[in-house]
Design a protein around this ligand. Structure first.
Ligand code: AHG
Ligand code: MN
Ligand code: MN
Length: 354
């Protein structure tokens, strides 16, 4: 029987093989980025192994602390955070790390060599969903250091998304997938648990041209600006849906909201749609919404743009924002390019251009 070697070859492309192929596009690559991405894939496998056992092993529930974000830390948050640190701290590929779970920079321990890359990460995204068996994820950003030598600094971390060398996420759902970009398209890998390998399952991912879903927590409508409220009615396509100059007809989309950014983003990447977490005024310390620029919005914006989509803070491209602090929050509209651009027009029309 003639096997379709193309199909066979594709399903046998491991993430290691794919990264090496991608690396060949960077002739001066030292292999360090390739190894860094391997290590992230290994972290994903280890975290995945715990998420599928949640409930059987003592990994559920609160760890009893609150993190720098003032949120209850879940045990799986800690496990994910420590797993990534322990896999990365000694490899000599990183100058510095930063995590949602740590207030300040995470230095490379003195006994280990310093490298040229910077890793920022959300070790476990969607923590509120862990105990209720809903998909969660890990999000990562990789920059090249900007300082010449020595331990990495805050300057090495506070870089705009445009400078990202690689970005991606792992989603721990009905299957475990790793999705990443190094600026040459978006590629998805599915974990084959029986052999413990990620295999290429979604080469060259592109956002569908016809969006299906909008994704937002409508429980907070009372805190939104007039522009965001009108924009949401527009997406729904109801009787009170009105366009603003320069926007297409109201699309009349379905609502899907999981409450894990990675899961909501991933669904829209595959099915088409828009996710937004707008600026809200429910808490004084979150006038810019909830999501963090450096390890949630920017890495996913890089992926969105590479897949033909777009990401904005409601005024302009997320990738152009110059971060001022490590855990800086930013309003986020991400997904279908036309729908995100329409959001910018509603915000400008009703809320005024700041
Ligand atoms: P994290 O668990 O890393 O703090 O992220 C949770 C985020 C994001 O995953 C999700 O989109 C958002 O919180 C949901 O927030 P609400 O519960 O306010 O809708
Ligand atoms: Mn998160
Ligand atoms: Mn998190």
């Amino acid at each position: 029987m003639a096997t379709d070697t193309g199909q066979f070859a594709r399903h046998m492309t491991t993430i290691e093989r794919h990264i090496l192929d991608q690396q060949s596009a960077f002739p001066d690559a030292s292999g360090s980025l390739t190894s860094l991405l391997y290590d992230i894939a290994l972290a994903g496998k280890l975290i995945a192994s715990k998420t599928v056992q949640a409930g059987l092993v003592d990994i559920l529930g609160r760890q009893g602390a609150t993190n720098v974000q003032g949120e209850d830390v879940q045990k799986l948050d800690v496990y994910a955070d420590q797993t990534i640190f322990r896999l990365m701290d000694h490899t000599g590929r990183l100058a510095v790390m930063a995590s949602e779970e740590h207030e300040g920079l995470i230095p490379i321990p003195k006994q280990y060599p310093i490298g040229n890359y910077v890793l920022l990460f959300d070790p476990l995204d969607g923590s509120s969903n862990i105990d209720v068996n809903v998909s969660v994820g890990t999000i990562f950003s990789i920059f090249r250091r900007v300082t010449a030598k020595g331990p990495g600094t805050m300057e090495d971390c506070l870089q705009p998304g445009r400078k990202l060398v690689a970005a991606g996420y792992v989603i721990y759902g009905s299957s475990t997938m790793l999705v990443y970009t190094t600026g040459n398209g978006v590629h998805g890998f599915t974990l084959n648990r029986s052999v413990g390998e990620f295999f290429l399952s979604h080469p060259d991912m592109r956002m569908p041209s016809k969006p299906k879903y909008y994704s937002v927590n409508q429980g907070y409508e009372r805190y939104w600006s007039p522009g965001v409220l009108r924009y949401t009615r527009y997406l729904q396509g109801g009787d009170d849906a009105k366009s603003v100059p320069g926007t297409p007809q109201p699309p009349g989309l379905s609502l899907r909201y999981i409450g894990s950014l990675v899961a909501d983003f991933h669904r829209n990447l595959l099915a088409g749609g828009i996710f937004f977490y707008p600026a809200d005024r429910k808490e004084a310390d979150k006038p810019h919404g909830k999501l963090r620029l450096l390890y949630e919005a920017a890495p996913l914006a890089f992926i969105a743009e590479q897949a033909g989509g777009y990401a904005s803070d409601g005024r302009g491209n997320i990738l152009d924002l110059q971060p001022k602090e490590l855990h800086q929050r930013v309003p986020l509209f991400i997904g279908d390019k036309g729908l995100v651009q329409a959001a910018e027009k509603f915000v400008a029309h009703y809320d005024g251009v700041k």
